[in-house]
Write a protein that binds this ligand. Structure first.
Ligand code: AMP
Ligand code: FE
Ligand code: FE
Ligand code: ZN
Length: 289
């Protein structure tokens, strides 16, 4: 049975609650689903409980935003043996990321106000839902409500993208730091969607550029590459698979499902309409033994 090792919930910028996500996975006949929210593990508890009830294996995961002089990247950490990160350095780092994110959001609100787009932080919190971490996709929805953008993509293009006027960056972990934190917590570190920079506007990474980055990731200690992905073209799928084999890296994969935040990305579909085989999870589970 297929699996999906990359999905977001209302704990970050997805629109399905952890329970709804697991129920959707069950509906599609998935064997396992990873809850991999941006910079938070808030969805794990509810998801793991739902998984137990519904008979779907829930893999606790996180998608960290990392950057250094080599660029901005997303790094997945998989923690099959954890139900929370209490007592780990990574758990502490995630709390710090949360504070930095809150401060960054406040700067974005100020920038938007100056641009004549007075989004209400209170309204953004409502859009994000209780307890969830606020991200730019939530702010984008508030901008749409104000009539200042026609879609999430339009709001990013006009205001929120890294190259757009309301953007503000947040301090974060370097890839090397993040890999070390994941390993320290007993996790497996995977470079997420290597051919896609975190900003969707950046498009597909030049393969030669990507190939030059892989030895750096190996030096930073990464365990694997995402070789199946919802948005991959056949060329990206072939290239990432080839890289994983050439460099002896674990291959993982998932859709990057976000619910209606990314309406064109259905759960469990990767590489142009196929699914992630079960053995990917088996390889993941045996990787660090
Ligand atoms: P944040 O964590 O607040 O920085 O927001 C990150 C989220 O915004 C991710 O889910 C990205 O997929 C989304 N995102 C980033 N850049 C863009 C863009 N240019 N267009 C649409 N979505 C984007
Ligand atoms: Fe996202
Ligand atoms: Fe990502
Ligand atoms: Zn993701």
């Amino acid at each position: 049975m297929p699996i999906d090792l990359h999905a977001h919930t209302t704990a970050s910028d997805g629109t399905f609650s952890p329970r709804e996500l697991v129920a959707h996975a069950k509906e599609l006949g998935l064997n396992a689903i990873a809850i991999s929210d941006h910079d938070t593990i808030f969805g794990w508890e509810e998801g793991i409980e739902a998984g137990r009830e519904l008979g779907v294996r829930v893999v606790p995961a996180i998608e960290l935003s990392v950057s250094d002089e080599n660029g901005k990247f997303h790094l997945l950490g998989f923690f099959p043996n954890h139900t929370n990160l209490e007592g780990t350095q990574l758990g502490e780092a995630v709390k710090e990321l949360q504070r930095e994110r809150d401060e960054r959001n406040t700067r974005i609100y100020t920038n938007l106000e100056k641009l004549g787009v007075p989004v209400s932080p209170q309204r953004v919190r409502e859009i994000a839902g209780g307890g969830a971490q606020i991200g730019r996709p939530h702010i984008a929805k508030a901008i749409i409500e104000l009539g200042k953008a026609t879609s999430v993509q339009d709001a990013f293009d006009k205001y929120l993208d890294a190259k757009s006027p309301a953007y503000s960056s947040k301090a974060g972990l370097t890839p090397r730091e993040a890999v070390a934190l994941i390993h320290d917590a007993g996790g497996i570190a995977v470079w997420a969607h290597p051919t896609r920079q975190p900003s969707e506007r950046a498009g597909i990474l030049d393969f030669d550029e990507g190939a030059a980055l892989i030895p750096k990731w190996i030096e930073w200690g990464v365990d694997g590459l995402e070789i199946y992905y919802g948005a991959y073209t056949p060329e990206e799928a072939a290239w990432t698979l080839d890289m994983s084999l050439q460099f002896n890296l674990l291959g993982t994969g998932g859709s990057d499902f976000h619910g209606s935040t990314k309406p064109n990305v259905p759960l469990a579909q990767v590489n142009g309409g196929t699914s992630v085989p079960d053995e990917v999870l088996e390889n993941l589970l045996s990787w660090r033994k």
